[in-house]
Design a protein around this ligand. Structure first.
Ligand code: 5HY
Length: 253
């Protein structure tokens, strides 16, 4: 099977780390096709960055229209439902995948993410995904996303210390890493924390393999049906939804 994993920010070095984490867990028959968005923010650290990342995400999906599944490799899961409308295979966001994985492994988990403002966004995701009973707390390290790319930074130590506080203060049994750029830290942290540390990239790859292996695709009934065919004007005119039988059928009744 082919899984298309998309970094919706425009930093290639982060995509390389994401792809490496994905390929490290992919099954022998799984091909990982990794893409960096060609338009938008160099790092996604807020609602505006997320909103502006969606056209680049859609482009990256459309470049691999026959992928068996797609992964949005950004902890805000930007554009997740829009991507599910246009794709037929499963589309997973790394935040949702990581939270579900953690909920299978501990009765409570903490999320450790980057900036304070993205900590708040992750709290929205916890509620949207129905994870309030599993997520004990979302914590910020106040690290800018691209600092994770800086070999001179002490981000590993800062993240490790925040994880230790999460185990001690939140009484959590597992840690969810709240940034795709942390994908290479799971082993380092698990060896020092002694609890499951879940990176959403790896979790999403295995969940996609499971869903595709079960022959399951995104439902095309209701709000995730293909977008309704209509004209788009201005700079987005090329993104007008194509004329598909299913969207006409959906609205025929
Ligand atoms: C991410 N931003 O995973 C998120 C993390 C965050 O560019 N890749 C980004 O802080 O929301």
């Amino acid at each position: 099977m082919l899984i298309r994993i998309i970094n919706p920010n425009t930093t290639d070095s982060m995509t390389a780390r994401i792809a490496e984490a994905a390929r490290a867990v992919a099954a022998p028959g799984t091909i990982i096709s990794a893409a960096t968005s060609r338009s938008g923010a160099v790092s996604i650290e807020g609602h505006y960055d997320e909103a502006m990342s969606i056209v680049g995400l859609v482009d990256a999906i459309n470049e691999e229209p026959d992928a068996d599944a797609y992964i949005i490799a950004c902890f805000g899961d930007p554009g997740l439902l829009a991507a599910r409308e246009i794709a037929s295979g499963p589309v997973l966001g790394i935040a949702e995948a990581a939270m579900h994985a953690a909920s299978f492994l501990a009765t409570g988990f903490s999320v450790v993410t980057t900036l304070e403002r993205t900590r708040i966004i992750a709290e929205h995701l916890v509620r949207n995904y129905g994870m309030e009973h599993h997520c004990r707390r979302v914590r910020a390290t106040d690290l800018p996303v691209l600092e994770l790319d800086n070999p001179q930074s002490n981000c590993r130590q800062l993240i490790l210390e925040e994880c230790k506080r999460a185990l001690e203060e939140d009484k959590s049994g597992a840690i969810v890493l709240g940034c795709a750029g942390m994908a290479d830290l799971t082993r380092y942290l698990e060896e020092r924390l002694g609890v499951p540390v879940i990176d959403g990239v790896a979790a999403a790859v295995k969940f996609c393999e499971a869903l595709v292996g079960l022959g399951l695709k995104t439902s095309k009934r209701g709000d995730l049906a293909y977008p309704i065919h209509k004209p788009y004007v201005g700079s987005l005119s090329a993104y007008a939804p194509p004329n598909r039988a299913s969207s006409k059928t959906l609205h025929a009744g």
